[in-house]
Design a protein around this ligand. Sequence first.
Ligand SMILES: Nc1ncnc2c1ncn2[C@@H]1O[C@H](COP(=O)(O)OP(=O)(O)OP(=O)(O)O)[C@@H](O)[C@H]1O
Ligand SMILES: [Mg+2]
Length: 339
Amino acid sequence: MSSRDRDWDGVRLHVVTGKGGTGKTTVAAALALALAAEGGRVLLVEVEGRQGIAPLFGVPPLSYEERAVAVTEDGGEVHALAVDAEEAFLEYLEMFYGLRRAGGALRRFGAVDFATAVAPGARDVLLTGKVTEAVRRRAASARRGRRGAQGPHVYDAVVLDAPPTGRITRFLNVTAEVSGLARVGPVRDHADQVMEVIRSPETVVHFVALLEEMPVQECLDGIAEAREAGLEVGGILVNMVRPVLLEEAVLASAADGVVDVAVLARGLRAAGLPDHERLARELSGEVVEHARQVRMAAEARKRLATAERPCYDVAFLEEGVDLPGLHRLAGSLRAQGAV
Ligand SMILES: Nc1ncnc2c1ncn2[C@@H]1O[C@H](COP(=O)(O)OP(=O)(O)OP(=O)(O)O)[C@@H](O)[C@H]1O
Ligand SMILES: [Mg+2]
């Protein structure tokens, strides 16, 4: 490992949330690649049954089996898993009650539907339970038997493509969900174990935002709510950042609707473009539009800064999101010192 300065060194569970459609799945995938860059072994998890991860890596739909989906130049590995509440429930019954064989029957009778209907929070507990199990999981120790000897963690880091901001605090607040279900016993112990991981310094919640009014507001509200619930807020991942194409002075007047069309036309003529005067008139509208967007983005950044969290830029991929693009975003996250 290099001695680069990394903001989230020591964090092993990266929860990625944000307003719906702002790029949680995309950013979570890029973050997983970034974490694996130096040879790490990373697990990327989705919990909403959306199968959003598989197409990004060009692999068939994920199942409840962890599967390698990408490798990095330095031998790092990204594995992926789609957690399903029903599978997690069956695994849970096996773990605590040795009930695997009852699984088929339970499934037929819709036991999970029943359990989650009786206790809506149970579903979230099953999902977070699986995620935190992956965080804690250790390989069998070669020195088994020696007191205190533990094998290394199976995953250096786990990245969770989490539910959106509106639901994240509830989703992670397992204890509150479970306290109505069980005060003692294995369910309670399980919930306590989950909460121990979520509340530990090894877990942070990152927020994906866009430089637009509503996503910024939702991001700030989400951060406030997460803090209130005692969750550790990580960074703000500013997604779909577009380059600024014009100089400050031009932008400033263009944002107020003022563009010197004659200057623009002269520039176009110098560049050897035909019909430069008509072109300049047409282009001036786009210059104004661009300048307004840049101004809006700057205001959005100012508001995001009030959360006093590190912000990282995630570039807008003009060609659409593909694997080479994700690797570029990962490299940029590392260059910004995120991981
Ligand atoms: N940096 C980017 N550059 C270009 N396109 C992007 C970028 N990030 C996300 N997108 C596109 O935006 C859309 C939404 O992204 P994504 O699915 O990652 O968002 P999400 O927050 O996970 O959505 P949902 O709330 O539905 O789960 C997708 O079509 C994705 O390809
Ligand atoms: Mg998604």
